[in-house]
Design a protein around this ligand. Sequence first.
Ligand SMILES: C[S@@+](CC[C@H](N)C(=O)[O-])C[C@H]1O[C@@H](n2cnc3c(N)ncnc32)[C@H](O)[C@@H]1O
Length: 305
Amino acid sequence: MSESAYHTPVLLKEVTFYLDLDSHDNGIYVDCTLGGGGHSEAILEKIGPAGKLIGIDQDIEAIEAAKKRLDKYGDRVTIVHDNFISLGKILLKTNISRVDGILIDLGISFHQLETPSRGFSFNQQSLDSKLDMRMNQNQDLNAYDVVNLYPEKELRRIFFELGEETYGGKIAAEIIRSRQKKKIETTGELIDVIRRATPPDYRFSKEHGSWASKVFRAIRMEVNQELPVLQEILPQALECLKPAGRLAVISFHSLEDRIVKKQFVAWQKSGLVEILTPAPIEASPEELAFNSRSASAKLRVIKKL
Ligand SMILES: C[S@@+](CC[C@H](N)C(=O)[O-])C[C@H]1O[C@@H](n2cnc3c(N)ncnc32)[C@H](O)[C@@H]1O
């Protein structure tokens, strides 16, 4: 698989600009969400021959892809397979106390989405995929457990709160009915359940399975605990920055963006940071034309005071 086929980094120019890389020759940066290493490579290219990067990802496939891509930078790069909530511990182990900049590019990569065996996708090619959706392949909880073991009340909560799915209650009830007869094992079976629980006009004129996207997103966020880890990483990231260091966060939906915005505003009110992006930065028309995934990306950046 080619590097760009793994994942096309979003808002690449904007990220390198806001991290202020040009004035940080030989700086130390952390990419908390390595993916295919696209953002990391751009950072390494700009920070000078002694600049260093620590890249973290909880997905072993991302680690392998990024290792290959960043191999040419030798010992300027340290790659760590872990959840980014271990950031503080990871820096301690690397004997680094504070860094010049941190990037968090949330969500999943194109590679994760497009690999049927990972179970993230509801497209036609993935209907036989086992329900999985773990970013970290070593984790216990997966989508099968959420769908087949969670009580109805919990399913309703995740569909309403994380999926913002109007038919969350009906879908939760249909899941319970279906799994009493037979466990729901594949993404195709889950799509059939959602089809039975939603009215035809809800699905009318939408592409195959796209009406299932909110439920898939909710289950993915639950499996990977995406909102709790975001809440946890932000204060840690601030703590790990040098004065004048920058934190850049790219989010892909309003629930994430709200958490980032609220935290940044609270810090600014307390005099801890300056917000460099009063409104979130979004993709340019040029980027939108070649990467549709960038359409929902929002970049927010702060500078530590
Ligand atoms: C959108 S992709 C990042 C793409 C990357 N910026 C690039 O240029 O290729 C998000 C990556 O972050 C990883 N990830 C998401 N949440 C994580 C977490 N809590 N800890 C570590 N890695 C995480 C995912 O496994 C995925 O590989």
